[in-house]
Design a binder for this molecule. Structure first.
Ligand code: 1CP
Length: 366
């Protein structure tokens, strides 16, 4: 990687480091909490701000990304923020067109069909140039957040990005992308390797721009069986963390990294030995067994079923308490097992955040 950034030194002082401490396994007074997709359509102010604007135009506006990142922080006592963007900006940077079709989701008009289509991708991706708008958004947001909470940068993982590039959008089976793994393993590895190189530069650029932690979303991991995950996902996830960390060390930076491989139960032990400080869990894993299987080697994040937010406040509080009892209050970041849905009640999110803080403070003082 050719990134050599001066570390910006003029950011406001961080006032709440609970999330960063928990990520590193250091002691905290309360369990920090944030939500995947905390900026989103469940917030009326988000819908109002986004109305009539193209999704990826919004992603390309640092001011808009900053505003949308800050919106949930004005309502809720979150301990972290995540930059408003999307994982699909990476395939765009590699030369594939992606549109956001209202009511349908992200759509590639011309997805990859055969290995020959790899020729359509840029051979050299100038990440600094192509994704500069994300770096600008991060720097601006880091200033405007005024040190209230840390700012998380993120990327899609190579397998998840590859799946979108071949499927051309969301998919129930991922059968087109999986067909590549079985039919064209060499071309698959070539694509995954190229995605890995771009993702490494992308995360380094985000760190240089002011991101204080980095999350890698392997949202489509669960479509793979254990063998395929071991061959086509895990090596790239490990490579990303190792390369980003090695490079950051040279510049004297040390950012906690989070891996979220949704539905990849079978990989929990491997993921906990993959250079990430935090393993983020979906709701199908029991907190106690996750602790046992990771043996205290990493911090854990997650994993309340997002649908628990449809429950009344008292029930949310009970679910949170059980979750905290399972994970314990240290080396733990409360979150959902996946993102918030657009029809969720903002008040339920507030109840979730307050329950995490309240129960964990009480448990720590018992
Ligand atoms: O206009 C809109 O509001 C469209 C909805 C939306 C939003 C709010 C999309 C389309 N992306 C986003 C923002 C987004 N995407 C964030 C923002 C920060 C935050 O969390 O608050 C993040 C982290 C993402 C990451 C992302 N995009 C993932 C990984 C996380 C996950 O949900 O698993 C994935 C898979 C995407 C692709 C994507 N973008 C949007 C949609 C609807 C989808 C999923 C499409 C599908 O698979 O069917």
């Amino acid at each position: 990687s050719c990134f050599l950034f001066a570390k910006p030194k003029d950011f406001p002082v961080l006032k709440n480091d609970t999330f960063l401490r928990a990520a590193r396994g250091q002691q905290t007074q309360h369990v920090p909490v944030w939500c995947m997709r905390q900026a989103g359509r469940y917030l009326p102010e988000f819908k109002e701000y986004r109305a009539g604007k193209d999704f990826f135009d919004t992603c390309r506006s640092p001011e808009a990304c900053c505003e949308l990142t800050l919106q949930p922080l004005r309502r809720f006592d979150f301990d972290a923020s995540i930059i408003f963007s999307d994982i699909l900006v990476v395939p765009q940077a590699m030369g594939l067109e992606v549109q956001m079709v209202p009511g349908k989701g992200p759509t590639f008009p011309d997805p990859l069909k055969d290995p020959e289509d790899l020729q359509r991708l840029k051979t050299k991706v100038d990440v600094k140039k192509e994704l500069d708008y994300v770096f600008k958004a991060i720097t601006l947001t880091r200033h405007k957040i005024e040190g209230k909470v840390p700012l998380i940068g993120f990327t899609g993982a190579p397998w998840t990005l590859m799946a979108y590039m071949i499927e051309g959008g969301g998919s129930k089976t991922q059968s087109k992308a999986k067909a590549w793994l079985y039919r064209h393993p060499a071309a698959s590895h070539m694509l995954l390797k190229r995605l890995t190189d771009v993702v490494v530069d992308y995360l380094l650029g985000q760190a240089a721009a002011g991101a204080q932690a980095l999350q890698v979303f392997d949202s489509n991991a669960g479509f793979l069986g254990p063998q395929e995950f071991k061959e086509f996902a895990l090596p790239y996830l490990r490579d990303i963390a190792r390369r980003v960390k090695d490079r950051l060390k040279e510049t004297g930076q040390d950012l906690p990294m989070i891996v979220f491989a949704k539905d990849a139960h079978y990989a929990l032990e491997d993921l906990s030995q993959s250079y990430y400080e935090v393993v983020s869990l979906d709701w199908t894993i029991d907190p106690r067994s996750a602790r046992e299987r990771t043996g205290g080697s990493v911090s854990l994040q997650g994993n309340m079923d997002p649908c628990a937010l449809y429950a009344p406040k008292e029930r949310i509080s009970e679910v949170v308490q059980k979750m905290l009892e399972g994970f314990g209050t240290q080396g733990y970041i409360a979150n959902l097992g996946h993102g918030l849905y657009p029809d969720m009640d903002p008040a339920a999110v507030g109840a979730f955040v307050d329950a995490v803080h309240r129960h964990s403070r009480r448990m720590n003082s018992d």
